[in-house]
Write a protein that binds this ligand. Structure first.
Ligand SMILES: Nc1ncnc2c1ncn2[C@@H]1O[C@H](COP(=O)(O)OP(=O)(O)OP(=O)(O)O)[C@@H](O)[C@H]1O
Ligand code: NI
Length: 317
């Protein structure tokens, strides 16, 4: 059982080599991924969700300036590669990331499984090769069963897969190294509602087997259905975190309330205005300029303050 503890994560992209200006894609993010729990990371397009997860697996371009730490913490009694124990993922070199982290410690699920499958070989052959490469000893038949991939699909070529089956292959590939942590970036984008639900349920099941799972999604409904915890991101910052049922039953941050009110069936009222440019963020609360109602109660300090298992920004500590 392993936790992933992210502290003070900051990611900037300089706008030009000599430019003093930069895009702040992630600001001061603290986040815990816990074994057995699925955390949904939600927020509007461009708020920094992908960059946050790419920083953890060393997938950002070299122009990114990354600060903070991301430690894998062992729970008592669990086995963990000793070399990983003290590792700060944000400091790890490419070789460590390649040989120990990606696929083995952290499985990655992308939007489209098709993008990394070779078109000329069957799904089964590629999954077997992935397992062998990662040295996990996982049985491909069991892997298929775990993600509800019909055995017959193992004999198919990638172009023969339907969208839902391709997504299951993607999940199987991410689990091939039996990683304790799984990061999924918009795994349900472009799927219809039953497939969204199905994919989210599978991800929840992999979490409840003992993995720490993070799913990036635009889909608050999907988060409500399958996640245990929720993190709400806005303009590079987390503004609210906590158990999903509690947060959605009674959102503390007005941005979370706004996202909820925008859902079909909850009023369908979009939040007026747009998020600020990440190259011109205000010093304090990034949501304040967009919401006069929020500005009335906001302390202009968006750092999260914890209250039990929930945390919220813009309140006095
Ligand atoms: N290589 C880069 N150079 C400069 N800016 C970048 C780079 N990669 C990402 N960004 C910027 O960082 C910000 C956050 O991007 P990111 O892809 O993390 O958003 P997101 O929340 O995942 O959005 P979406 O939901 O649309 O995927 C964006 O403003 C983006 O333009
Ligand atoms: Ni605020």
């Amino acid at each position: 059982m392993t936790d992933l503890e992210v502290r003070g994560l900051d990611v900037r992209f300089r706008l030009g080599r000599r430019s003093p200006r930069y895009v702040r894609a992630v600001s001061d993010v603290d986040l815990d991924l816990r074994p057995g729990r699925l955390l949904a990371l939600v927020g509007e397009s461009g708020c920094g969700k992908s960059v946050l997860t790419e920083a953890l697996t060393g997938l950002l371009p070299s122009t990114a300036e990354v600060r903070g730490s991301a430690h894998v913490v062992r729970r008592s009694g669990a086995e963990l590669d000793p070399a990983i124990g003290d590792l700060d993922l944000l400091d790890a070199d490419e070789r460590t990331l390649r040989e120990r982290v990606r696929g083995r410690l952290i499985g990655l699920v992308g939007q489209s499984a098709g993008s990394y499958l070779t078109p000329t070989r069957t799904v089964g052959a590629q999954l077997r090769e992935t397992v062998q490469h990662l040295g996990s000893g996982v049985d491909v038949g069991e892997l298929a069963e775990r993600v509800q991939l019909p055995t017959a699909a193992l004999d198919l070529y990638p172009h023969e897969l339907s969208g839902g089956t391709a997504q299951r292959v993607g999940l199987a590939a991410a689990l091939a190294g039996d990683p304790p942590v799984l990061l999924a970036d918009e795994p349900t984008a472009g799927l219809d509602r039953p497939l969204v639900d199905h994919t989210m349920d599978l991800l929840a099941a992999t979490a409840h087997e003992g993995r720490a799972v993070l799913v990036i999604t635009h889909d608050l409904r999907a988060a409500r259905r399958a996640a245990d915890d929720l993190a709400v991101m806005y303009a590079s910052r987390l503004l609210e975190t906590g158990p999903v049922a509690d947060v959605l039953a009674d959102p503390w941050h007005s941005y979370t309330a706004g996202l909820l009110a925008a859902l079909p069936g909850e009023g369908f009222t979009p939040i007026p205005g747009h998020p600020p440019e990440l190259s011109a963020l205000p010093d304090g609360c990034p949501f304040r300029p967009r919401s006069p109602a929020h500005a009335q109660t906001c302390t202009d300090d968006p750092r999260l303050v914890a209250f039990g298992d929930r945390a919220v920004g813009c309140v006095a500590s």
